[in-house]
Design a binder for this molecule. Sequence first.
Ligand SMILES: Cc1cc2nc3c(=O)[nH]c(=O)nc-3n(C[C@H](O)[C@H](O)[C@H](O)COP(=O)(O)OP(=O)(O)OC[C@H]3O[C@@H](n4cnc5c(N)ncnc54)[C@H](O)[C@@H]3O)c2cc1C
Length: 464
Amino acid sequence: MNGNVEEAIGALRALLGDRLSTSDSVRNLHGHDESAFPDAPPDAVAFPRSTEEVAAIVRTCTEHGVPVIAFGTGSSVEGQTLAVEGGVALDTSLMDAILRVSIEDLDVTVQPGVTRTVLEKRVGGEGAFFSVDPGADASLGGMAATGASGTNTVRYGTMRENVLALEVVLADGRVIRTGTRARKSSAGYDLTHLFIGSEGTLGIITELTLRLRPIPEAISAAVCSFPTVQDAVGTAISIVQSGVPIARCELLDATMMRAVNAHDGLGHPESPTLFLEFHGSAAGVEEDARYVEELARAHSGDDFTWATRQEDRSRLWRARHNAYFAGIGLRPGCRAISTDVCVPVSELAAAIDATIADVADLPFPAPLLGHVADGNFHVMLLIDPDDPEDRRVAEAVYDRMVDRAIAAGGTCTGEHGVGLGKRRALGAQSGEAVEVMRALKLALDPTDRLNPGKVLPAAQHSST
Ligand SMILES: Cc1cc2nc3c(=O)[nH]c(=O)nc-3n(C[C@H](O)[C@H](O)[C@H](O)COP(=O)(O)OP(=O)(O)OC[C@H]3O[C@@H](n4cnc5c(N)ncnc54)[C@H](O)[C@@H]3O)c2cc1C
């Protein structure tokens, strides 16, 4: 630990008392994530309770030249929270207040450490819900910072469509507000969306105003299996192109279905399967389900089963909910490289076909799942973390997936963000626009103390 870090920690201890920890266990928890990157613990972890404390922490760290890494729940999968240059992890878990709920305007203001399930419980009783649902119980600050999305995105959008306003602490300790509670605005540059997806590199989000949605009058869920992934994807594309207002449309391939059957003791056919959900009026969801059943049959879909009662819907969807951990269960002791690409929906079948061909002969399992109505899919590359050859092969597969997605007019990441893992890909996707991103970073964080080493590729002639 260098002298600057020691001085900063001393100043932070005076500010926060025992809410500043340097214990190995707390540091290690904050230097480890769901990615396959090596652990990188911070020198200390700060637990602020207020915007004023966040501003003081950031000011102290930047004055001493010490990195500050915002930390929500640490569920990100591209190495975003790893303290690759040491420094202070700023854990927002004590900033967990729901500050204001308006059912009349369908919006809510929260501190960044509120998790999505806590918000769901609070507003659910009042007939509303927050629509963005990544698989983990992530913090809303972390979800905004990664531009997260989930199974409902095809109907309700990502974090980008559901954040109305933010309060942000900048690198010099200034506190700014971006956006308003109004549903539209033409007022100047859109700073709210600048911070969404910035992964803690431009500022620390200390308050969020979010859109809520009314709980639909009726919900129906359906499950349908197909002989091939192409049939399932063809159905998803037909659903999108027909304009059916589908709320969820998730694909699990045969390997993933085998994994969920084994993990949860289920008896689904072990073939590619679509999990579907419809929201609307009672008559509307029935009509939508019947129409989609016809589309599925036209693509050789079998066993189309649908349900409207809550317990039956939950039973149908159970396999999808546990897919990530079921996938990991296919290879005990493995780490998952959780790939993530997104293409225009018309390019989806070709992108998935090429990926399936690419992973067919891998020496480790590679189950596939996707939010296919968004054109977004993931292959979990289940590598032995101690085998460099596994890692090399997996990274080469991932690079090819990314290159194909970019060539098809898509993106290197639909929802997981850039972190450490996608910096090269961001450069390949964005070209000269990366230099504009670099200029923005320099303007807002001139000494590069906010989550350094993340998002932007190293300048010039680097392969990172
Ligand atoms: C099982 C599983 C399933 C998943 N499924 C999905 C999915 O379907 N869709 C999806 O989008 N993601 C998914 N993820 C990834 C992950 O849940 C998301 O990236 C999530 O948004 C991260 O939130 P977090 O609170 O854990 O953030 P963290 O991991 O703690 O932080 C993520 C990044 O945000 C920054 N950050 C955190 N809080 C703030 C703040 N207040 N201000 C500024 N920056 C901040 C951090 O510095 C870091 O760069 C999944 C992960 C797992 C483990």
